[in-house]
Design a protein. Structure first.
Length: 178
């Protein structure tokens, strides 16, 4: 970039923007939730490169937390202090991710609704609904989102240990096109 070699792929994000449509893009609507989450993550990463940092940190902590939950599944007498530390770190990054996804979807709705309305000859209204793994409004503050995550993690901790995996977070969310 600018005749300088870049060490990380993330340094290119947002500098070379391309719009392309292919038949496989229908999986965005018809496919599994992880495809829709990936779409949002890629778009957000181009608009806000700092988002990529939070997403990467979230995935790193999620992997560590899931590993610990698997260990606790076999040995329930393990110290839960480490689980609490990882949960706090997860909540911090998950809250930022969710807050930014909410803001992005608000922009997406603003742009997509009139376009869809025109394409459908004013016969259909498009709505894009974000379905998080916690009970929280899209207008909620980051503090409220954090609080909701903390409450939910307290409720599901025993199930998480039983299953050996994290049951709450942006990695479980979905986006619905209606």
């Amino acid at each position: 970039m600018n005749h300088l070699e870049q060490k990380k792929l993330s340094d290119y994000i947002g500098n070379l923007n391309v719009v392309m449509f292919a038949p496989e893009d229908l999986t965005l609507v018809k496919g599994p939730p992880q495809i829709r989450r990936r779409f949002i993550d890629m778009e957000l990463g181009q608009i806000q490169p700092r988002y990529i940092y939070h997403l990467g940190q979230f995935q790193k902590v999620l992997k560590q937390r899931n590993h610990l939950l698997k260990q606790m599944q076999r040995d329930r007498s393990m110290n839960r202090m480490m689980l609490g530390v990882l949960t706090e770190q997860l909540v911090e990054h998950a809250s930022t991710i969710l807050e930014r996804r909410f803001a992005f979807l608000e922009l997406l709705r603003k742009w997509a609704k009139p376009i869809h309305h025109g394409i459908s000859h004013q016969l259909e209204e498009l709505d894009i609904v974000y379905s998080p793994s916690i009970e929280v409004l899209e207008s909620a503050s980051k503090e409220k989102i954090e609080s909701s995550y903390q409450e939910k993690f307290k409720l599901v901790v025993e199930k998480e240990i039983e299953r050996g995996t994290t049951l709450v977070g942006p990695h479980r969310d979905d986006i619905l096109f209606m």
